[in-house]
Write a protein that binds this ligand. Structure first.
Ligand code: 5GP
Length: 194
C-alpha cells in the first residue's frame, strides 16, 4: 500500500475552511482523514474535545513541542495551535490522504518539511465579506475580532506560496473545486507508481 497524500487547507481565519470541509470530507473517493489539531484556545460553544480540537494547557503544548511531537505549530491571536505528528504518520501509512486545516505559518512549516504536500489556499470574495464572516461568529470580543482582521490582511499576502487558490464565494462550489484538485492528485500519484 502506498503512503497517503498530505493536503494543506489554509487561508485567513474566518474564510470558511471548516464549512467547506464539511461539504467534501464525506466524499469516499477522496479517502480522507482529518487531522485533529491541538490548541490552547478555550472551546467555543458546541466544540467537542477530541473532535474539533484536542483542547490542552499551555504547559502540555510546550511539552509536546519540546518532545518533537508536532509536525508544525503556530501562535495565533494569543493561543497555540499544532498538528500531532504521530497521528498524521499513522494515517498516511494506512494509505489515508490526510487533511490539515491550518493557518499560514504552520502551512509554511509543513511545506518545508514535506515539499510534496498539496497546498490549497482559500481566499474570501472580498475583505469586507471576510470581516462580515468573522463578526458573524459572535463568539469573540471586539479586541480579538480586530486582531483576527489585521492578521487576515497579512495572511492574504501568503497566497503565492500555495499551489492552488480557491475562492470561497460559495462553499459548495469551493468544495467541488477542492474535490477536483484532490482527485487529480490521487490520479497523478497512482500514475507515478506504474
Ligand atoms: P480557530 O481559533 O478559529 O479555531 O483557529 C484559528 C486559526 O488556527 C485558523 O486559521 C485555523 O485554521 C488555524 N489552525 C487550526 N489548527 C491548527 C494547527 O494545528 N496548526 C496551525 N498552524 N493552525 C491551526
Amino acid at each position: 500500500m502506498h503512503k497517503g497524500l498530505l493536503i494543506i487547507l489554509s487561508g485567513p481565519s474566518g474564510v470558511g475552511k471548516g464549512t467547506i470541509r464539511k461539504y467534501f470530507e464525506k466524499d469516499e473517493r477522496l479517502n480522507l482523514a482529518y487531522s485533529t489539531s491541538m490548541t490552547t484556545r478555550k472551546p467555543r460553544d458546541g466544540e467537542v474535545d477530541g473532535k474539533d480540537y484536542f483542547f490542552t494547557s499551555k504547559e502540555n503544548f510546550q511539552e509536546a513541542i519540546k518532545k518533537g511531537e508536532l509536525l508544525e505549530y503556530a501562535e495565533f491571536v494569543g493561543n497555540f495551535y499544532g498538528t500531532p505528528l504521530s497521528e498524521v504518520e499513522r494515517l498516511r501509512n494506512e494509505g489515508k490522504n490526510v487533511l490539515l486545516e491550518i493557518e499560514v505559518q504552520g502551512a509554511l512549516q509543513v511545506q518545508e518539511k514535506c515539499p510534496d504536500a498539496i497546498s490549497i489556499f482559500i481566499i474570501p470574495p472580498s475583505m469586507e465579506e471576510l470581516e462580515k464572516r468573522i463578526r458573524g461568529r459572535k463568539s469573540e470580543p471586539e479586541e480579538i475580532i480586530q486582531q483576527r482582521l489585521s492578521k487576515a490582511a497579512n495572511e492574504m499576502k501568503m497566497v503565492p506560496n500555495y499551489k492552488y487558490i480557491v475562492c470561497n464565494d460559495d462553499p459548495k462550489l469551493a468544495a467541488e473545486l477542492i474535490e477536483t484538485i484532490v482527485l487529480r492528485n490521487i490520479e497523478l500519484e497512482a500514475n507515478k507508481e506504474v
